[in-house]
Design a protein around this ligand. Sequence first.
Ligand code: FE2
Length: 303
Amino acid sequence: MLSIDQIGRYHRDGFLAIEDFASPSACAALRARAVGIVDEFEPSGNRTVFTTDEQERTSNTEFLDSGSGIWCFFEADAFGPDGELTQPKALSINKIGHAMHDLDPVFEAFSFTTELAAVAEDIGLHDAVALQSMYIFKQPRIGGEVGCHQDATFLWTDPLSVTGFWFALEDATLDNGCLWAQPGGHLGPLRQVFRRTDDGEAHDSLTRFDVLDDTPLPSPPDELVPIVAPAGTMVVLNGLLPHWSDVNRSATSRHAYSLHCISAAAEYPDWNWLQRPADVPLRPLAATAQRLTTADDAHLAAR
Ligand code: FE2
């Protein structure tokens, strides 16, 4: 899938943007399905907010359980002083997470493709398994900032292997909160890990951050570069790359989908926040894509 030049730039910069990776119809199908999931979502009293300042991430049981389910998280600014939504639910959700790629057929078809498996192979992730999916709305006017972070903080493996595949489903611009990243920043150390605290002891929170290296993360936006991405672009992100996105105060949403993969051979500790029960195993990108393609072919042949 990738040229030698693209592979070289990925390893040099820690990220690579590939325009026109996803077709307009595939992007539209994902957007429509996300709207449908939100429409069907009726939280039973507990409106989980996804706090986009990573240091203050709200950790509750819905968040921790969403690793093997589908949950909608609200924008922190979606509620008025009376605690009620100030705009329709469809415009109040921060993101959906975190197992749509395994549980929803539309997200599954978008996530497990032979093209994506080939890109993972090209950048050296030879045994990629899909770990986490997120649909990010970056809503007009209230879309929250995502603080500068490294994905390996949240999905740690030994050796480090997490790789992000981020898809612009709508144009991501300087006005509506596009990604920003530090070119070459993946060559620096992992600053911290986010971990469960359910070790049998009493804790204030279900999760905590442990500092591994006190080298400061780059300050946005001055030390970062914007990744303006037309709809259909896929951005591949090394798990150590510091990246950030700003608030969206524009009138335009910035829908995006991200899929995080790890190496099947890497050790995955039980203190990572995202845990999957044994009956929802992680699936390999390449083999699952091949199986879905074969099933599609058989379906078409039978018609
Ligand atoms: Fe990230």
